[in-house]
Design a protein around this ligand. Structure first.
Ligand SMILES: [Zn+2]
Ligand SMILES: [Zn+2]
Length: 120
């Protein structure tokens, strides 16, 4: 039962704080509501949620997690570090089609642009 409660709270954190969060950030937020939760448990739950296609894990820094949504591109600001979602489903699909035609199988995609954001 406790495990279920932890899982629900972590899901709520993702519903509430949209964006790309590290396991540590999620742990800090979860810890306020569940003082007994450990970082290892947070990692275990995150892995489960990735397996269930609820979350997506990005290889940004030590790993960041976001709610699984339509295919998109990321833009990371070199100055403030902000990560923005940029629509690009059409383009990504067309690249994937090309790869498929060449006989390649795509299991994961991560397209990241780096630069300076509008605010900086
Ligand atoms: Zn910036
Ligand atoms: Zn994203």
């Amino acid at each position: 039962m406790r495990q279920t409660n932890q899982l629900i709270i972590i899901k709520e954190i993702f519903q509430k704080y949209e964006g790309h969060q590290t396991a540590n950030e999620i742990y800090k937020k979860a810890h306020r509501r569940l003082p007994a939760i450990s970082l290892a448990t947070v990692y275990r739950i995150l892995n489960t949620l990735v397996t269930e296609n609820y979350l997506e894990r990005l290889n940004i820094e030590e790993g960041r997690y976001e709610l699984k949504k339509e295919k998109h591109i990321h833009f990371i600001c070199n100055k403030c570090g902000k990560i923005q979602n940029i629509p690009g489903e059409e383009q990504i699909k067309s690249i994937e089609e090309n790869l498929k035609k060449k006989g390649m199988k795509v299991s994961k995609r991560e397209i990241i642009f780096y630069g300076i954001c509008k605010e900086c």
